[in-house]
Write a protein that binds this ligand. Structure first.
Ligand code: NAP
Length: 334
């Protein structure tokens, strides 16, 4: 049996692995069978990770994190977790190839997945002009007119990147004010290939076998119109990946995994969570890495305490007593 299994291979997972490995816990890290490295694999230049003043490509940063984790003894498995049994003292992690791994503790760091608008044409034309990843698919839209949906940093980043390929990029936003940070806004405003389409909600993505346009509804006067584009990049945020645990761990009103105050302790003893899956607010590579550190240190304390007397399971009533409606602890409120 392992001392700790880490699920997820983004900055949170690999940082937890670096700390756990250096603490001689010989962690097993389960990365995805499809792609190791999490959301940063879909990013180009990362300019805000401390220590890289010239910037670093997202995939390069993740490769370095993995190298560092493996250097200290982390074992990485390229498999999907298909089932978790977290309730007992021994945690069971079932992989896509049918093998079951057991551990005293689990760090859940599965990150988040791109949010969907939830309209018919979006689903039907996904992969046929509708995309959620500019760095993956931007290349296919050379000299075409395309649209990016959203008003946050992701939308600005995707749109700016896509101007390398497309002849024109519309940023379609449902309000007349952006959510994105000032620096990202300024970069998009200064780009001559980008045109903003304000106060517009996407009613549908149009096209038979391929995207031909967007049906937009004006949020001020309610009128609809078509915007002819051949590609649509949806960048309206991310949702935490909790499908493996939603019936086992307590979640917050944001859909993220509930953790006890500033710790990584979830509602089940021996299960810790880190990164985007617990964070509805900051969602940065640096903050994810930091919470991976917290998780590894919490695992260490948990295992040390188990070595002595064992930690009691905390029941739901006890946890409810500790938290208010926002999921804040009494300690937070003090
Ligand atoms: P976000 O900040 O939550 O922004 C999502 C945007 O999509 C908002 O403008 C929102 O509109 C819009 N939206 C949400 N649901 C929609 C829907 N159903 N239909 C149409 N529009 C919808 O998400 P994000 O841009 O992915 O950024 C998330 C976090 O990652 C942020 O903390 C951001 O700073 C960070 N991030 C940082 C970088 C970077 O530093 N380089 C890059 C990417 C992301 P409203 O504004 O009207 O709510």
């Amino acid at each position: 049996m392992r001392q700790v299994i880490i699920i997820g291979s983004g900055p949170a997972g690999f940082t937890a692995a670096i700390y756990a490995a250096r603490a001689n816990l010989s962690p097993l890290l389960v990365a995805s069978s499809v792609e190791t490295g999490g959301e940063l694999m879909n990013t180009t230049e990362v300019e805000n990770f401390p220590g890289f003043p010239e910037g670093i490509m997202g995939p390069d940063l993740m490769a370095k994190m993995q190298e560092q984790a493996e250097k200290f003894g982390t074992e990485v498995l390229y498999q999907d977790v298909v089932e978790l049994d977290l309730a007992g003292d021994v945690k069971k992690v079932t992989l896509g190839n049918g093998t079951v791994h057991e551990a005293e503790s689990v760090v859940f760091a599965t990150g988040s997945a791109p949010r969907k608008i939830g309209i018919e044409g979006e689903q039907r034309l996904s992969g046929h002009g509708v995309s959620y990843c500019a760095t993956c698919d931007g290349f296919f839209f050379r000299e075409q007119e395309i649209a990016v949906i959203g008003g946050g940093d992701s939308a600005m980043e995707e749109a700016t990147f896509l101007t390398k390929f497309a002849s024109k990029v519309y940023i379609v936003h449902r309000r007349d004010e952006l959510r994105a940070s000032k620096i990202m806004q300024d970069r998009a405003f200064a780009n001559e290939k980008i045109e903003f389409v304000w106060n517009s909600e996407v009613e549908d993505v149009l096209g038979g076998d391929a995207v031909t346009g967007l049906l937009l509804r004006d949020t001020v006067d309610g009128t609809t119109r078509e915007l002819p584009v051949t590609g649509v990049f949806v960048a309206i945020g991310n949702d935490p990946r909790t499908h493996l645990v939603h019936d086992q761990l307590r979640l917050t009103e944001h859909g993220t995994v509930w953790v006890d105050g500033r710790s990584s302790r979830t509602s089940v003893a021996g299960v810790f969570a880190a990164g985007d899956v617990v964070d509805p607010t900051y969602r940065q590579a640096v903050t994810a890495a930091a919470s991976g550190t917290t998780a590894a240190l919490d695992v260490e304390h948990y295992l040390a305490a188990r070595g002595d007397a064992g930690l009691p399971e905390r029941d739901a009533a006890e946890i409810d007593g500790l938290t208010d409606a926002d999921g804040d602890t009494a300690a937070d409120a003090a």
